[in-house]
Design a protein around this ligand. Structure first.
Ligand code: COA
Length: 99
């Protein structure tokens, strides 16, 4: 979802049977490159603090914790889980190098 120069990533999912094969990283690499090329200055997303795999993936691509949304996600029973808000600043087009 584009909001002026910021892209809000609403969902990133790999089929359970194909997880852990590099597809999530490949999609993220393509998304960051595409958004940078199209002039986005940053990308924002929410993630559960308990989602270690996703946190690892986002950290690899330079996302940093910039805020917390309290009780954002439904959790077990009637409880709720916070969302960590992560953001990465994107380079100017042409200067992007992704490992
Ligand atoms: C999070 C998700 C998109 C990652 O996609 P993926 O294709 O499984 O991830 P990749 O294979 O590209 O691996 C990315 C990194 O996570 C690590 N990783 C992947 N699966 C892992 C696992 N089960 N346990 C520990 N580390 C794992 C990989 O080693 C890799 O680390 P590296 O960059 O240091 O090598 C995917 O697991 C998923 O769809 N999960 C359910 C939905 C979800 O939680 N989406 C994110 C919501 S914010």
């Amino acid at each position: 979802m584009w909001v002026i120069e910021e892209v809000h990533l609403l969902n990133l999912s790999v089929a359970a049977s194909r997880q852990g094969q590099g597809l999530g990283a490949a999609v993220m690499r393509w998304l960051l490159l595409d958004c940078t090329t199209r002039g986005a200055q940053s990308m924002l997303l929410e993630v559960r603090p308990s989602n270690r795999v996703a946190l690892h993936l986002y950290a690899r691509f330079g996302f940093e914790h910039v805020g917390t949304r309290k009780a954002y996600y439904p959790a077990a029973g009637q409880t709720r889980e916070d969302a960590l808000v992560l953001r990465v600043r994107l380079p100017v087009p042409g200067a992007l190098v992704l490992a």
